[in-house]
Design a binder for this molecule. Structure first.
Ligand code: NAD
Length: 349
């Protein structure tokens, strides 16, 4: 499976160029690259195009082992000149714009979220336009609101989000689509569900419980859940998220009927996840102490309709819920046993 995906990737046409693995591939700058998703995407792209093909960037200090894997630079997305210098000096072809304040963090510091999520986006979009770069900006289930149909949520429907995170993501979707139409910017956007992974700590989103429960299962044996037992939300394992991103970025533009796509893999409630985790850790207990994140979840999609992604660029998930739980438990058991092959969790609480 992995081999056929790599072969596909090696031969796909990207924009007007044909990229091959090795040094001829695109040179990619990832902003906010030391968060949950950036290092995994860097690893997958480096496998395809070589270690030098991806420049990770962030405003936080990287671990020594991260630097050993490939180039890292400091880049504050609020500093246009700093980004411009990197794009020019490193001959960047694609920007993957990951830096953002996520939903719960954004609500706690709205002025900073406005700056990072909106001003930062303006900077990368302007740069991508000026230097004719391909630009990927992830959106989210949080880009919808209580007026949107929730089960399923179509690719195009009313979007009136009630968090600054959601508002900034709708802004990114619309501005990107406008720049595409007006300036021919190769803008691409996927609306990710909540992403689940074991080797990084959650960034302050409303779906974080679905990662934390695995750690609690293998440490304290008790999970305190801030959502109601029946709060259904779309989720995806990290491998599917990274593969979706790379497959979409590699799809020739002429195949796309839109620039912003929902992508779906599974959808579950805390109660359903608890029952599945309990199959592996029978003594796990759960207590529900609902907080302000429930109001955020109440306005979000329960199930994504991603039929456009499936039709236009053959999107299909590989990892259903049972497999995800198995992967998380198996790998976290190794992590907590100190197996060096699984990496370390740094600040995971
Ligand atoms: N993780 C998810 O479940 C999920 C779901 C949907 C969408 N997304 C989107 O994917 C992207 C990556 O998410 P993540 O989970 O890795 O987020 P994260 O919070 O883990 O990482 C964000 C990174 O942005 C960096 N950052 C903050 N301010 C910055 C600035 N001024 N300049 C440069 N970098 C700055 C932070 O240091 C951090 O490393 C985000 O845009 C997020 O909205 C994530």
């Amino acid at each position: 499976m992995r081999k056929s995906f790599l072969n596909l990737v090696k031969t796909l046409e990207v924009g007007s160029r044909l990229y091959h693995s090795g040094s001829n591939g695109p040179r990619v700058l990832i902003t906010g690259g030391l968060g949950q998703l950036g290092t995994g995407l860097a690893r997958e792209l480096r496998k395809l195009h070589g270690p030098e093909s991806v420049i990770l960037s962030d405003i936080v200090k990287p671990e020594a082992e991260e630097i050993a894997k490939g180039p890292f630079v400091f880049a504050d997305v609020l500093d246009f000149k700093c980004l411009q210098e990197i794009v020019v000096n490193k001959r960047i072809d694609w920007i993957v714009h990951f830096s953002a304040l996520l939903s719960a963090v954004g609500e706690n510091n709205v002025p900073l979220a406005v700056r990072v999520n909106i001003e930062g986006l303006h900077n990368v979009m302007e740069l991508a336009k000026q230097y004719k770069l391909k630009l990927f900006v992830p959106s989210t289930i949080g880009a919808f609101g209580p007026e949107s149909p929730r089960n399923p949520t179509p690719n195009i429907c009313i979007q009136r989000p009630k968090t600054i995170y959601g508002v900034s993501k709708v802004h990114a979707e619309l501005l990107g689509e406008y720049y595409h139409k007006r300036f021919n910017l190769d803008f691409r956007c996927l609306r990710y569900p909540g992403i689940i992974l074991y080797d990084s700590h959650p960034g302050g989103g409303t779906t974080d419980y679905a990662v934390q429960i695995f750690h609690d299962a293998l440490t304290t044996g008790k999970h305190v859940c801030y959502l109601r037992p029946d709060a259904r939300l779309p989720m995806m394992y990290i491998d599917d998220c990274l593969r979706a991103t790379i497959e979409y970025m590699m799809t020739p533009g002429k195949q796309l009927t839109t620039r912003t796509y929902n992508v779906h893999a599974m959808s579950f409630t805390p109660e359903e996840l608890y029952a599945e985790v309990k199959k592996h850790v029978p003594n796990l207990e759960i207590e529900y102490k609902v907080d302000s994140r429930q109001a955020i979840a109440d306005a979000w999609p329960m199930v994504f309709d991603d039929s456009s992604a499936r039709t236009d660029w053959s999107w299909k998930e590989n990892i259903p819920m049972e497999k995800l739980v198995d992967i998380m438990i198996t790998n976290l058991r190794k992590v907590y046993a100190g197996d060096p092959s699984t990496g370390k969790l740094d600040a995971m609480a």
